[in-house]
Every structure is written in C-alpha cells, then in structure tokens.
Design a protein around this ligand. Sequence first.
Ligand code: FE
Length: 285
Amino acid sequence: MNAIVSSPARILRKLRGMPTSDGAGVKLVRVIGTPQLDMLDPFLMLDQFGTDKADDYIAGFPAHPHRGFETVTYMLEGRMRHKDNHGNEGLLTGGSVQWMTAGRGVVHSEMPEQEAGTMRGFQLWVNLPAKDKMAPPQYQEYAPEKIPLLQPKAGVTVKVISGEVAGARGPVVQPATDPLYLDIALDADAGWETGIPEGHNAFLFAFEGALTVGEGDYARALETHELAILGGGAQLSLRAGSRGARMILVAGRPIGEPVVRHGPFVMNTRQELMQAFVDFQEGKF
Ligand code: FE
C-alpha cells in the first residue's frame, strides 16, 4: 500500500480541433496550437490526420525547416517517408513512431509513400528547454514491434511509446520533459486506471468511440475527436462506453520558459527567432 493516496484526475477542459491544411495542402485537424488552445506546456501543437481520400494527403510536406523543439509522428495507418538535410531517411509505417529532436536545425520532407488507401495518425510538437534548443538533431524511431504492447487487464490494450506502465517502459526517452505517450484501447464497457506523473501537464485525445473520464462527481464524458485537458490529481480512471474507445494519453513536465514561435521555429526570445530565420536562409541548418 502506498502511504500517499494520490487524488483522482478529472477533465478540466474539453475542446475539439480545428480543420486546417499544412505542408503542400495536407488536410488535418489541429487540436493544440490554435486560438482556443495555444499550447499546453511543453506541448506546442497536436495535429490529427485521418482520411482515406488520397487528395487529402498526397501533396505531403515538402522540404521545410524546424528549430528549437521536437516533432513526434505516430502513424496509425499508412506509409510516410522522411528525409532530411543531414542524410537521415526512413519509412514510417502503421504503428511506428518517430520522435525527432530538431534541436539547432533540420530541413526535412515528410511525403506519403502510397497513392491510395488510408493515412491516419498524429503529429505532436514538444518544446525543448533553452539549454537543449541548439543541441544536435537526433532521431528516436521505432517500428511497431519495438513498442511494448500490454494487456494490463481483460479488455484493455496499451501501447507504451514513452514513459512507464506496469513495469513496461516505452522506447522513447527525453529527460527534459519526461514524456508519457500511451495509445490506449478499451473494449466496450471496459475500465482501466493508470497514473499520470506528478507535476506533468496531461491530455487525453479520443479518436474512436467514447468514454467516461474520472469517477463520482467528477466523471465526465469524452467523445470521439475531443481533447481533454486533465488535472486535479495523478490517478486517472477511464471507462469505455458501449462502442469501446481508443485514445492517446500524453503527459510531460512543463518547461516554464518564455515561448517565442513562428511557424517551424520555437525559441525563447525574439532575437533567437530572428536568428533562426537568418541561419535557415544562410543554409546553416
Ligand atoms: Fe516537419
């Protein structure tokens, strides 16, 4: 028994994403990084993509820069090839994750490697603290078989991309923000309880079905394509509705530094932001 009883987490705020397009015209839904939710420290952006219409994704994301943060691509379905200006290249397939630390700078492309079929997944942007913004670029890329898949109880399946659940550790490691990134699938009416690291900011995004988050007076429903900002405690209780539910649970230690951002550059000061534009134009990425 724990001497300290952790208090229950609940939904502090619920919101839906905003349809938008990015890259060369890829249709997606922006859930974090919008006028209604600018950021949730350390998370700067969350894009959800999911379509079986090739026109929505075929144009891809031709060469573009990043500096000062990390981009995390979690593919649910589809094939996407990435290439960068440092000679890194790889193919992201369904169930794989790429955690890219852009650090001082990469110029990369992310292009679909399919002309038909479904493309589905998420891109999350995670900020870096000042001390890591100009670090060398780094990739943590994992095929589905390298990501622990747990069944903590009947009707509950959890993929651990980052962080720890029931003694299983996800492969992605980032000491700066100590992220938790889980893909949780609940069968119809199945319930599960898990922990959120103390002091982390956390959100839940439901992408299939519906569920109830929290218990008792604090229980609140979460529908498909709704984002829940969590708070109030570290013990999270989830219960799927009659259609089951699937969601990502993401948490990270807030950085608490000033954020000055424009497009693909996220720095601490305006001067650093201007320098990012200059360095990019001078080919220093
Ligand atoms: Fe990118």
